[in-house]
Structures are given as structure tokens and as C-alpha cells.
Design a protein around this ligand. Structure first.
Ligand code: SF4
Ligand code: SF4
Length: 210
């Protein structure tokens, strides 16, 4: 494609133009932020970003370099929060042990040696290593509401997702997974929702016997 200014470009995909660029590291090289020990891209506002990349046929000038402070040397809160030990070392993650991978691209499977209880109540993805990070602490009352969230809350409850129709999941849930769950993966959502219900029941039982 060619812009009005005559710049040839491709891109806009969340996973990197033509899938040749790792977007997190491209964003670091572009001076937009840093990668932290949990492997996520951060600006001074934290790591909850959806990155989109473009390939241009022009060299660009870096005018500002926004680099927040690096992780404290002794901090390992993200690694300790990872229930499957997928974060095996700083800046190192094993995707085949990651809850986020198995609840999405991995179609809900729990392959040994992983155990169901390690997945806690995650249905699609996992944010434990980001939620635990002090650089993600902020006031959730700030910013904009997720569009249409009120209308989705009921369906997003695990007990409703397990019995939702393919149509409801395809139209209302899957488009909001940012291509992590595909249109033909309604069974994945039911599988992970059922597992979340079992985890919640187990947690309640453990609380009663503690
Ligand atoms: S997303 Fe979840 S399972 Fe994956 S590395 Fe982070 S905490 Fe571990
Ligand atoms: S939890 Fe600590 S070590 Fe992990 S990314 Fe955040 S600051 Fe870095």
C-alpha cells in the first residue's frame, strides 16, 4: 500500500507485519519502552498494551527514547506468581508450560507434567506474571471502559460459558480474544471454562478445610 505521502507500507497486524517482526522487541528498538524480566513490553504505564507493527520503505528518525527504569535486580515477583514455572529464569519463558499458550493456541489441553490445578481459574490467557509486577500497579478507575463490557459480563461467567451456544461464543467472546481463540474453537472455551469451575470448587473446598 502507498500512503498519501508516497510511503509504501504493510502491516497493522497484532503479531507483526507479515509475521517477520517480534513486535515487543521492535517496540524496544523503536525507543517506545523496555522488555522486563517477565518478557513483556513496558512503557512507564505498564505492560497492558496491544502492539501493532508496520513495515515502511523509509528510514525514520528516533526523536524520543522512552525507557523506564529496568527491573530491580532482586525482584522475582513475576516468576513466583507463575503457577506452572513457565518463567524459568529472567527474560526466559517456556511457552509449552505457559497457561496462556494452552488456554488459547493449545486448545485447552493440559499436557503432562502440567496439572489442572496449576491453571487456576484462567479461561483464556493468563496475566499472573503481569498482575504481580509492581510496575503494573495502577488505579483501574482511570482510563476508558472496555467497550460493551456490561453486556458481556453474564456470558463471561464460567458457568454460563460452558453452556453457551456456538453462536454466542463466536459472536460475543471470540472476537475479543484478539485472535488468540479462533472461530472454530468454541470447544476450547467450554473446556477451559469447565476447568475454571472445577478450580473454583476446589479452592472453595480447600478454604473450608483450612
Ligand atoms: S502467562 Fe501465566 S503461565 Fe505464562 S509465564 Fe506468565 S504467569 Fe506463567
Ligand atoms: S515482577 Fe519484578 S522482575 Fe518481574 S517484570 Fe516486574 S519488576 Fe521485573
Amino acid at each position: 500500500m502507498v500512503s498519501e505521502q508516497g510511503i509504501r507500507w504493510e502491516g497493522g497486524e497484532s503479531y507483526g507485519p507479515r509475521r517477520i517482526l517480534p513486535l515487543r522487541w521492535a517496540a524496544v528498538v523503536a525507543g517506545l519502552g523496555i522488555c522486563r524480566k517477565n518478557n513483556f513490553f513496558y512503557t512507564e504505564k505498564g505492560s497492558y498494551y496491544k502492539l501493532e507493527g508496520y513495515l515502511l520503505d523509509r528510514d525514520l528518525e528516533l526523536r524520543q527514547n522512552r525507557k523506564p527504569k529496568a527491573c530491580p535486580e532482586k525482584c522475582d515477583l513475576c516468576r513466583r506468581a507463575c503457577g506452572t514455572r513457565a518463567l524459568s529464569a529472567d527474560y526466559t519463558m517456556n511457552p509449552l508450560a505457559c497457561v496462556s499458550f494452552w488456554t488459547t493456541f493449545g486448545k485447552g489441553a493440559v499436557p503432562p507434567p502440567l496439572r489442572e490445578e496449576q491453571f487456576a481459574q484462567w479461561i483464556c490467557g493468563c496475566d499472573d506474571c503481569q498482575d504481580a509486577c509492581p510496575y503494573n500497579r495502577h488505579d483501574w478507575d482511570q482510563g476508558e471502559d472496555f467497550p460493551g463490557l456490561d453486556r458481556l459480563v453474564e456470558l463471561m461467567q464460567a458457568e454460563n460459558m460452558v453452556k453457551a451456544s456456538d453462536e454466542a461464543l463466536r459472536e460475543q467472546i471470540i472476537p475479543r480474544t484478539v485472535a488468540h481463540v479462533l472461530a472454530d474453537q468454541t470447544a476450547t472455551l467450554r473446556l477451559t471454562a469447565a476447568r475454571a469451575l472445577r478450580s473454583a470448587a476446589a479452592a472453595r473446598e480447600a478454604g473450608r478445610t483450612a
